[in-house]
Design a protein around this ligand. Structure first.
Ligand code: URA
Length: 465
């Protein structure tokens, strides 16, 4: 079942993937709750009287389709973060949201409260520059940040990003980075800011003090069947972006069987809600809607994806991935303080790939975080098994979800947060949707830790599942 939103979902739209965005961030339609009220809530004095009773009343109002005020939403979220509102009441409220939705105003109040649940970072103020950020809603083979960061930095725009780890069939940027020997992703805020200032680029793990409400709420949603709710996804993503303080954000909303959003209609609704949240917070947000019905690029698996990202930075990547990287870079450069438009952004990004400056930026960045940028030091799986086409034909489908699951089964991902991962394993898809193939042609390489897990029957079974 797709995510719950206020409109019915259909896959009936043409498969062009437009950018939805805003050119101006005026019209600050809605302001944050005043400081006095905010301190009161944060000290935990407000609403503590009869908290359980009060939460029950708010759940009931939402269940009956009513609207909560900004203060009530904040009370619920900040009370939950402090431990005053128990899991069972918060879960009941999320389920009520599943059935009744949130208004734009409530979604913003939720996002605002989540931002205020922890520390915030104003990277732009610390650097004295307008800052830009990107975020993907998650997919299979999605190594976009690893390529976009060095290209944007090579074009003179500082890029400081806080990323996450993978869970389930989707990968995480931090896991990919950790396949580089020596590379550290746990930087202090001071180290992070100084690296962005001096090197132009840092990608690190999110500190636990940033948006603790989302950390707690996401874990609860994960086990109460309340992840796939558009306003909750929008506020979860945007709270983390707003807390990290960029002036402008490019969001890559994935659409397809390997993504949260299975249909273009649902992806559009999520994109619109996130653009709206950014606008209300005075930030520029642009969304790309991109295909996740097949893996992005060819490589799926941590070290394999790092290699492909570095090759793409040098202008030698797969065409679909290169196209997305250039589209994201062009938008980031156009939103930056360089004062250029989209076409000029695309031109500069392409030049940085072709003249080697993006590769230089990549190498500086990896060294700055303690890693070795030489691709030959990346871990390699001991067994590489080819999967060949049994007959000639055309590839009509290469499901992102089953390929992601197959990579997970090889050891490249984790089912629970505690699982260790094998950075070397994964799958390289040598034929993609629309490719014409001969009998016996190699469709994919399975990189495995041993013969048993490389069993093509097993991998292809996973891939079909
Ligand atoms: N990614 C997030 O950060 N939050 C969600 O709720 C879904 C995807």
């Amino acid at each position: 079942m797709g995510p719950r939103s206020s409109r019915p979902s259909r896959w009936n739209a043409p498969r062009q993937l437009p950018a939805i965005g805003l050119d101006d961030a005026d019209d600050l339609a809605h302001t944050f709750i005043g400081h006095d009220r905010r301190r009161e809530i944060e000290r935990g004095q407000a609403g503590r009287r009869g908290h359980a009773l009060r939460a029950a009343e708010l759940i009931e109002r939402k269940r009956n389709g009513g609207e909560l005020t900004d203060t009530e939403v904040a009370e619920l979220v900040l009370g939950y973060t402090r431990g005053d509102v128990p899991d069972y009441q918060m879960a009941a409220w999320c389920m009520a949201v599943y059935f009744k939705g949130l208004t734009g105003r409530e979604t913003y109040a939720l996002t605002d409260a989540m931002v205020r649940s922890g520390d915030t970072l104003d990277l732009g103020a610390r650097l004295g520059r307008r800052t830009v950020d990107k975020h993907s809603t998650g997919g299979v083979g999605d190594k976009t940040s690893l390529a976009v960061g060095p290209i944007v930095a090579a074009c003179g725009v500082p890029f400081g990003k806080m990323s996450g780890r993978g869970l389930g069939h989707t990968g995480g940027t931090l896991d990919k980075l950790e396949s580089i020997p020596g590379l550290r992703v746990e930087l202090t805020i001071a180290e992070f800011v100084s690296q962005v200032r001096e090197v132009g680029l840092a990608i690190v793990g999110q500190t636990s003090d940033l948006v603790p409400a989302d950390k707690k709420l996401y874990a609860l949603r994960d086990v109460t069947a309340t992840v796939d709710i558009v306003p909750l996804i929008a506020s979860s993503i945007m709270s983390k972006k707003l807390a990290a303080g960029p002036d402008a954000v490019v969001l890559d909303v994935k659409v397809g069987d390997g993504a949260f959003m299975k249909t273009l209609d649902d992806a559009r609704i999520l994109a619109e809600q996130m653009v709206d949240l950014g606008k209300r917070a005075g930030r520029q947000v642009v969304c790309l809607l991109t295909d996740m019905d097949q893996p992005l690029g060819c490589a799926v698996g941590n070290a394999l994806e790092v290699r492909e990202a570095a090759e793409t930075v040098a202008g030698e990547g797969p065409s679909d991935f290169t196209e997305l990287v250039l589209a994201a870079c062009a938008r980031l450069l156009a939103l930056s303080d360089l004062g250029i438009d989209l076409d000029e952004g695309a031109r500069r990004a392409k030049t940085a790939m072709e003249d080697g400056s993006a590769t230089t930026a990549y190498e500086r960045w990896i060294r700055a975080q303690g890693g070795d940028p030489d691709l030959s030091v990346l871990p390699r799986a001991p067994v590489v098994r080819e999967i060949v086409a049994p007959r000639a034909g055309v590839v009509t489908r290469l499901g992102a979800h089953p390929i992601g699951i197959a990579s997970l089964e090889l050891g490249g991902g984790r089912r629970t947060k505690e699982d260790a991962i094998d950075h070397a394993v994964g799958i390289v898809c040598r034929a993609k949707r629309g490719h014409v193939i001969e009998a016996g042609q190699v469709l994919a390489d399975v990189h495995a830790r041993d013969d048993e897990s490389a069993n093509p029957a097993r991998s292809s079974r996973e891939a079909r599942a």
